[in-house]
Design a protein around this ligand. Sequence first.
Ligand SMILES: Cc1cc2nc3c(=O)[nH]c(=O)nc-3n(C[C@H](O)[C@H](O)[C@H](O)COP(=O)(O)O)c2cc1C
Length: 338
Amino acid sequence: MKSVVQYKMKIGNIQLDNNTVLAPLAGITNLPLRLLAKEAGCGLVCSEMISANGLVYGSGKTLQMLASTAEEKPLSVQIFGSRPDLMAEAAAMVADSGADILDINFGCSVRKVLKTGSGSALMKDAAVARDVMVAVRKAVRIPLTIKIRSGWTPTGEQALDIARLAQDCGVDAVAIHPRTATQAFRGCADWSLIARVRDHVNIPVIGNGDIETPAGALKMMAETGCDAVMVGRAAMANPWIFSQIVALQQGREFPSPTLEKRFAIMLRYLQASVRHIGEAHACRMMRSRLGWFVKGLPHSSRFRESIKRVETESETADLIRSYHKILKAEVDPLPSVR
Ligand SMILES: Cc1cc2nc3c(=O)[nH]c(=O)nc-3n(C[C@H](O)[C@H](O)[C@H](O)COP(=O)(O)O)c2cc1C
């Protein structure tokens, strides 16, 4: 077991407040969700993956994915693609949009993405991977990172090779989700591979995969020596996990969110989503998303049922407020949800 625990980290010239990172999650880590994670103490937020082709060919929907505000900074924007020239052009657009860090997706194993040679397909072909990284590195001055999987075999050799290649190409940090491309999300993440990658390169390594609790994050850091932890699915249900990790690192109590905070953040998430993607789309999203924040609370299934058909912001906000009222009357103090 390694005992290195770092609280702060730098990616290139970007100093992070702490070493927790929100994982890129397609369809989820849009601006409103990132603002929420940031407010909950996250050190670095990442965009969902954005198509390099979509950016270069000016798809309005894709360009909208670059929207950002000062409050969420620093921001890492992830792109995917496989043509070095298009990736370089897209990377320059991302840098021009004001992103602080550019990340290349080497991990997506969805068939539609693999078919184009992108995502984890890049881990199969070191020559293309190299051309992409060299072209992108030349195109932007902001720090560059890559996010990889174990590769295509359980040995993890491809991860070691790509991480070293990345370092040689001037990449500033590597994030690893140690599952193979064929594994998708089955089985367990192999944290021992994070430790091997950490030993294999000199650039910062961000460990990812199956962190479910603040204690789990510290366990990953202690076992692997990774410089930062990246949390995906657990942050959807509990965005406060970031400040809880930091508190635990510092030997403080977990700042469990109060009922007031929890409902205030739900309302802000709704408002920010309406502003960002419009009322109809935002309300459709809220039908499933708001349920994440009330997991484990009394009557949460009734609340989830009630928001299934919401269509307007005011209707959704009313349902949030009346559920809050019911809980305030019934539950005092609130059991902490972690
Ligand atoms: C719904 C969903 C969407 C994802 N989208 C992306 C993505 O856009 N880019 C990426 O690199 N990884 C993506 N991932 C993988 C996550 O970033 C992360 O590596 C994985 O969920 C493991 O971390 P976790 O156990 O903390 O969730 C996605 C995962 C999920 C569940």
